[in-house]
Design a protein around this ligand. Structure first.
Ligand code: B3K
Ligand code: ZN
Length: 885
């Protein structure tokens, strides 16, 4: 049991730092077994802070302190105190040079936080609080300093030595070692510090900024991966150009570097001038990466690059403000990807993700506001709420202000706060100042957890020719927040006539202007503020069909009593691509949940007709047609039920897939054939869409059970036109089972055993198979020579995939999935608490299941909580999950 329950850190306790650090000089003598770190900190009292007791406490964990001195005078042990988390100096002057000498052990660092070894290289990850595992420091984002860094290491093992900023000339140290000095002219918080040492190859390019400065671009990878960097480089250059055009942001250093490493806890990290990436988000080639991988790389490269302004130049005052940089940067990368491809399809992907992950988080025991007010372990708060809901909150402000004022507001934000550590409140203030609007009520979006529900009713009055929309909002209670206030939100609506034409959107209180109606056709953004609001549209000769929440203008659950016919109509006729998809989702969800409730029920013919129409709708881009026909996922369906019926949902979804395959068989075959590849692979919106539609068609054909489908799958697998096609075929063959599936797995492994990122896919495919013996296979695969608990990508590809993407097997009624997960969490927690705690989140929504599963899940959570020396990370998740029991 956790003997001393760790204390939460609270937003209300924020105080400015008592000391500031103006300049840092670091010297590293690098060696995986023992690295020496010498730090010179030029410190002074913060005039803006209240004076404490005269002592100075620095953060430091897992450091071995050799020496400490102030202004050149060594301190005796009586003059300082060291514990597991800090170094305290009893008395310090107002301005002084603090020097420390510590040593650390990168090769023993399995948590991958601080300085660690990945394969043959050394690398760092400091956000959020990893810098304190490198040297004693004021490890908080509102302490911003200039850095000079000298790296010394064995030249043979570590020919490349990188840090933030600009390099000086390398120096030979004579004894087989060399050193390089780096200077970063921009003050930064220590979480943006990075170093890399290794034997790396490099792809170089350059970029001329809008104002004519030359920037060197370098992507460093292990030499055998040099042929997999083109897409990342192209994405980087596009992102740099786009940020200039869209946000007026230019890059500021002479050099921008990206390094790909194969052991990384998350996607990537925006260290100043030296982004460190999980290699999954750098390396791509058509034969080894899917369209989704290509898109992921484009988005993550852009995201980290965009952080240079939203995160690095302007950073967070404290970690409660994390969404200041993450929400805004996600919004920026979403907009960038939309501009590079189809904006409707990008929006669909993002909303699907938001509903699947963020809505679920908001409805569970870890629900928290975009700006949380307390945490035990900050690493647990890199969540979908902070990132994706945070991006929605920025998007709503952009929608409320319109493009011109939003740009004016972001320009103001960049000039006003450049070089500072600020808050989400400061961001909203810029929106207010630039637009002259009052966003007091809007700020609630940062403070209130939970997904608002919007109940909308429409009444047509034929005598008046008017249509009234009544909007009622309600946000359900979340842990610690029983009462919620109404939110200010943009509700984008359109009205369609029976022929699918947009109607003018004239509100009863609009001023009457001749000819104005023509300009009011299309989408109109209504502003909802009160708990109940009414909007009356006039001048409507017939009953309209409302198209609501177009483009997902606010992150809410919309409830409107559409008939099936309305949904079929919107699915076919809405002029907004996103809204067509959303209508299809609602309709499919209905059909599926009806089947869960009554497995014998017949799916109406009109449903298949609507699907056929969408499939054959050649007016729409293939990518959109594919999206419209993807059934809602099992976990999302589960979220719609009062008590989750795990097996019922799986069966209903499989049944509907089969029925669609049977009903649409001939059309699916034609559509499949029509998307055949005509040239070499290219990551273009057109190509991606074509492959998505082809994959969708093949999936339904397999579900329909036609013998020829297996042949098509086998052919697609062997033709190996691209990894996208191969993966679709492999998944279908494995789920189908039998000798074809087994043979494909063997062949796939044989072909790709030398490429770790592809082997991750091989593990995932097996872990997410719906076949009954999947858990057995997963357990067996843990003994595979390629599996390792020390590589996060491997853990995610096997254990993570099983627990998050295979609901029917993970939630097996006998509790075997839960037990498996708990054992892995307990095994991983001492090695890598961040990864353990992420996995553990699969168990927290136990209240949603039947009593038997509830009991089984709770028992595993209890077992974890009872473990000796549990990390703060896992403690926080498990204890919150069990709160109130
Ligand atoms: N800022 C990093 C995430 C750091 C996570 C620390 N546990 C990557 C990103 O959001 O860009
Ligand atoms: Zn980020």
């Amino acid at each position: 049991m956790y003997r001393d329950a760790p204390h939460p850190i609270r937003l209300e306790d924020y105080r400015p730092p008592e000391f500031l650090i103006d300049r840092v000089d670091l010297r590293f003598d690098l060696d995986p077994d023992l690295t020496r770190v010498a730090a010179d900190l030029h410190m002074r009292r913060n005039p803006a802070a209240t004076r404490g007791d005269g002592s100075l406490t620095l953060h430091g964990e897992q450091l071995e302190l050799d020496r400490v001195s102030i202004d050149g005078y060594p301190l005796t042990p009586a003059e300082y105190r060291v514990d597991a988390e800090s170094l305290t100096l009893q008395r310090v002057p107002d301005r002084f040079l603090l020097q420390t000498w510590v040593h650390i052990h990168p090769a023993r660092n399995t948590a991958l936080e601080g300085l660690y070894q990945s394969g043959e290289m050394l690398c760092t990850q400091c956000e959020a609080e990893g810098f304190r595992r490198i040297t004693y420091f004021l490890d908080r984002p509102d302490v911003m300093a200039r850095y000079g860094v000298t790296l010394a290491a064995d030249r043979g093992r570590f020919p490349v030595l990188l840090s933030n900023g600009n390099p000086g000339e390398p120096r030979d140290l004579g004894d087989g070692r060399h050193e390089v000095h780096w200077e970063d002219p921009f003050p930064k918080p220590c979480y943006l510090f990075a170093l890399i040492a290794g034997d790396l190859g490099l792809v170089a390019d350059h970029f001329t900024t809008a104002s004519g400065r030359e920037v060197g671009l370098r992507i460093y990878v292990e030499p055998h991966n040099l042929d997999q960097c083109d897409h990342a480089m192209r994405s980087l250059k596009r992102a740099m150009r786009w940020d200039e055009e869209r946000f007026g942001r230019e890059y500021d250093l002479d050099l921008f570097m990206i390094v790909a490493v194969s052991h990384f806890n998350m996607g990537a990290m925006e260290n100043k001038g030296l982004n460190v990436f999980n290699d999954k988000y750098v390396l791509a080639r058509p034969d080894i990466a899917t369209d989704q991988d290509f898109a992921g790389i484009e988005g993550v490269i852009a995201h980290e690059y965009f952080h240079n302004w939203t995160g690095n130049r302007i950073t967070c005052r404290d970690w409660f403000q994390l969404s200041l940089k993450e929400g805004f940067t996600v919004y920026r990368d979403q907009e960038f990807s939309a501009a590079m491809g189809s904006s409707a399809v990008k929006r669909i992907h993002d909303v699907r993700g938001l509903r699947a992950h963020q809505f679920a988080e908001d409805a569970g025991p870890l629900a928290h506001p975009v700006r949380p007010t307390a945490y035990i372990e900050i690493n647990n708060f890199y969540t979908s709420t902070v990132y994706e809901k945070g991006a929605e909150v920025v998007r709503m402000q952009a929608n409320l202000l319109g493009p011109a004022l939003f740009r004016k507001a972001t320009d103001l934000y960049f000039t006003r706060y450049d070089g500072q550590a600020v808050t989400t409140d400061d961001f909203v203030t810029c929106m207010e100042v630039a637009s002259g609007r009052d966003l007091t009520q809007f700020r609630r979006w940062y403070e209130q957890a939970g997904t608002p529900e919007l109940w909308v009713q429409g009444d047509y009055d034929p005598a008046q020719g008017s249509y009234r929309l009544r909007v009622r909002q309600h946000t359900p209670a979340t842990p610690g927040q029983p009462q919620k206030g109404p939110l200010h939100l943009p509700l984008a609506v359109g009205l369609l006539d029976a022929g699918g034409q947009e109607l003018p959107l004239r509100l009863s209180d609009d001023p009457v202007v001749a000819g104005a109606d023509a300009a009011r056709v299309g989408t109109r953004v209504l502003e909802v503020r009160a708990a109940v609001e009414q909007f009356r549209f006039v001048g409507l000769p017939e009953r309209p069909v409302p198209s609501l929440l177009r483009g997902f203008s606010a992150p809410v659950k919309l409830r409107f009593d559409y008939s099936d016919q309305d949904l079929e109509f919107l699915m076919a006729r809405d002029t907004d691509g996103f809204a067509r998809w959303d209508a299809a989702q609602t309709l499919m969800q209905r059909v599926l949940l009806r089947t869960v409730a009554q497995p014998q029920i017949q799916v109406p013919g009109a449903f298949f007709a609507a699907c056929r129409l969408a499939l054959l709708d050649t007016e729409s881009a293939p990518a959109l047609r594919a999206e419209v026909l993807i059934l809602p996922g099992e976990s999302y369906l589960a979220d719609q039920m009062a008590v989750v019926d795990v097996d019922g949902i799986h069966a209903a979804r499989e049944h509907l897939r089969r029925r669609i395959g049977e009903e649409l068989g001939e059309d699916l075959r034609r559509v499949y054939a029509a998307q055949a590849e005509t040239g070499p692979y290219a990551f273009t919106p057109e190509g991606t869409g074509r492959r998505a539609l082809k994959g969708l068609a093949l999936g339904y054909l397999m579900a329909g059970g036609g013998q020829d489908a297996i042949t098509l799958c086998n052919d697609q697998f062997s033709a190996a036109h691209s990894m996208t096609d191969v993966m679709v075929a492999l998944r279908l063959l494995v789920d189908h089972g039998g000798p074809a599936g087994a043979a494909a797995l063997v062949e796939f492994y044989r072909r790709w055993s030398a490429v770790p990122l592809v082997i991750d896919k091989w593990f995932s495919i097996q872990a997410t198979s719906s076949r009954a013996d999947t858990l057995e296979q997963v357990v067996h695969l843990m003994d595979h020579p390629d599996f390792s608990l020390r590589n996060p990508n491997r853990v995610r590809s096997l254990i993570g995939a099983f627990c998050t993407a295979n609901p029917v097997r993970f939630h097996a009624a006998d509790g075997s999935g839960y037990r498996f997960l708990a054992e892995r969490v307990l095994e991983l927690d001492p090695l890598n608490p961040q990864i353990a705690s992420r996995l553990l989140k699969s168990l927290i929504r136990w209240r949603r299941f039947d009593p038997q599963r509830q009991g089984l899940m709770r028992a595993e959570l209890g077992r974890i909580l009872a473990a000796e020396a549990l990390s703060k990370d896992a403690y926080e998740v498990a204890s919150k999950a069990l709160e109130g029991t």
